[in-house]
Unconditional design. Structure first.
Length: 135
């Protein structure tokens, strides 16, 4: 049976955790800023050392067990099923998967449009100096 510690059980979590074991927290994702991400993702924490003054278990990044439980909680000792962790690839693909042997033929209008974009592009002599104070 997986264990769970709520936000108000931070002292209990700090007492009961095992060093070197992975603990999981569920985070909400702002889908208005990242529309292709999942609404919730899980994040892992591994506690490996003690805080210098308080002796509270701490991760290598400096997050103490009590702070993780209180600010990010609830904390789980097993990974939530069916939830993607931070840093893992998406399960969906935004482009077709196929061979890369497609050879498109550009017609005359497309070639003229591309040449115009190159001509109208940035000219190196008309650029602002690199250390200019103006925005």
């Amino acid at each position: 049976m997986p264990k769970q510690w709520n936000c108000n059980q931070d002292k209990k979590f700090a007492r009961e955790l095992e060093f070197g074991k992975t603990y999981w927290v569920i985070s909400d994702i702002a889908t208005n800023l990242a529309p292709f991400e999942d609404a919730q993702m899980c994040r892992s924490y591994v506690f490996t050392e003690h805080a210098p003054f308080t002796g509270t278990p701490m991760t290598a990044d400096g997050a103490t067990a009590r702070d993780v439980c209180r600010n990010r909680g609830p904390v789980y000792d097993t990974r939530p099923p069916g939830m993607r962790a931070f840093g893992e690839p998406l399960s969906r693909v935004a482009a077709p998967l196929g061979s890369n042997d497609y050879e498109g033929v550009l017609d005359e209008a497309e070639l003229r449009g591309l040449e115009k974009r190159v001509r109208d592009g940035s000219h190196p002599h008309k650029r602002r100096p690199a250390n200019s104070w103006r925005p």
